[in-house]
Design a protein around this ligand. Structure first.
Ligand code: ADP
Ligand code: CIR
Length: 387
């Protein structure tokens, strides 16, 4: 039997250890969320509450209850709720405002991710399961503007994450380099029309980089939403772009997602553009294992890209419909389409050119996501003609 003295001694040690961690939050055990993070979470919540002009899904769904439920949670890699929400707290004009620092975050912080996923993808309940990959019959796709009257160019992209690696905020510099080397090796195996060259961002001269951005081939630099999400560490290490000679097939390495696979060309031939993307995805999938979740589909850094990860877009001029951008957005939303500016998300239209794409990517197949864009664009063109 333990003596009274012994029990007191053990009790004393336990109290001392607890007091030590309480008083020295920076040395908390790995599983505990430290006091500084808790304070930042509280301040972030208040900032969102006070911001009259903030209309993000983060503000909508981060209730006091959800905050209290999640603020002390951590993933095995050490990600906290602060890592999830910091971009939306810093950028009050975010549309969404959250990112997943690692795959486990989608489960650990489900009380916040699930309602945002449901809202963005227009109905994807926690009990729903994303369907199996299905690119469907390419023959069902067409040139949405055969007379070249409205559509300037067509693009379809998807995102992929390499199995075994976390997302940007948790990656080490060594992992960025390792991933780039792995991907580069596989990019060299593309043949025929898909054959191309990998250009690392590290060492690329500024003029070349800017030209690629201006021509809509390369991701922009210094995205404040990604920066605030801690997604641009070690930039430009491990980042780069691959493209074929014609720049109709491209791959972004380690920007927002590990990989963005892109097919694009002038005009409205969606059948050709999507066909090329499917060919490329099938080739790369044979060589590189990707992260896919049974419920969420392909895993990505931003919850808006989960599932199919497909964004099929046209650069289009609809002068009558677009006389009022708000009105254009309303009409597009009827067909589940999203309107972006000429240089992509969070940009304005230049010369009346808009980027219109499918909005939802989850709870439907790849075929359905692209078809949704095709059907909607054909309708918008009909409306423009009738005005
Ligand atoms: P993502 O589509 O990869 O999510 P962005 O909205 O930032 O990201 O767009 C990336 C780039 O692709 C931007 O330069 C944008 O103008 C360009 N882009 C998108 N759709 C088209 C299109 N249909 N034709 C030409 N460029 C496009
Ligand atoms: C926002 O909330 O507006 C940004 N974080 C971007 C959200 C969706 N876009 C993306 O992932 N590129």
């Amino acid at each position: 039997m333990a003596s009274k003295k012994g029990v007191l001694a053990v009790g004393g040690i336990v109290t001392a250890v607890a007091a030590y961690y309480y008083l020295k939050p920076s040395s908390c055990p790995k599983k505990m969320v430290d006091q500084a993070t808790l304070s930042k979470l509280e301040a972030g919540f208040q900032k969102l509450q006070n911001a009259q002009d903030c209309h993000s899904l983060l503000k909508k769904y981060l209730t006091r209850d959800v905050l209290d439920q999640l603020k002390t949670k951590k993933t095995d890699m050490g990600a906290t709720l602060l890592d999830v929400i910091q971009s939306g707290v810093e950028n009050l004009d975010s549309g969404v405002g959250i990112y997943a620092p690692d795959a486990q975050s989608y489960k650990t912080f489900a009380a916040l991710f699930d309602p945002i996923i449901d809202d963005y993808h227009k109905g994807f309940k926690p009990t729903d399961k994303h369907p199996q990959t299905d690119f469907g019959n390419i023959e069902h796709f067409v040139n949405v503007d055969p007379k070249n009257e409205y559509v300037i160019s067509t693009r379809v992209r998807c995102g992929r994450s390499l199995k075994g690696y976390p997302f940007n905020p948790m990656l080490t510099e060594a992992q960025y380099k390792e991933m780039e080397t792995k991907v580069k090796g596989q990019l060299a195996t593309f043949e025929g029309e898909l054959k191309g060259t990998y250009y690392p961002l590290l060492g690329m001269d500024k003029a070349t980089q800017q030209k690629l951005i201006d021509d809509h081939f390369l991701f922009k630099e210094g995205d404040r939403f990604l920066q605030a999400a801690n997604a641009c560490r070690y930039w430009p290490v491990g980042r780069g772009i691959f493209h074929n000679d014609k720049k109709t097939f491209l791959m972004w390495v380690n920007e927002e997602d590990h990989l963005r696979i892109i097919s694009m060309q002038k005009g409205g031939d969606l059948k050709e553009v999507f066909g090329r993307l499917v060919k490329a995805v099938k080739h790369i999938e044979q060589k590189i294992p990707f992260s896919r979740d049974d419920r969420l589909g392909y895993l990505t850094f931003c919850p808006t890209n989960l599932g199919t990860t497909i964004r099929a877009s046209v650069h289009i001029k609809l002068p009558k419909l677009a006389a009022d951008r708000k009105k254009l957005e309303e009409v597009a939303a009827r067909y589940n389409l999203q309107v972006r500016g000429t240089a992509g998300e969070h940009t304005e239209s230049v010369g009346g050119i808009y980027d219109i794409s499918n909005k939802r990517r989850m709870g439907l197949t790849e075929y359905q996501a692209v078809k949704e864009m095709q059907d909607g664009i054909i309708e918008l063109i009909k409306m423009e003609k009738s005005l």
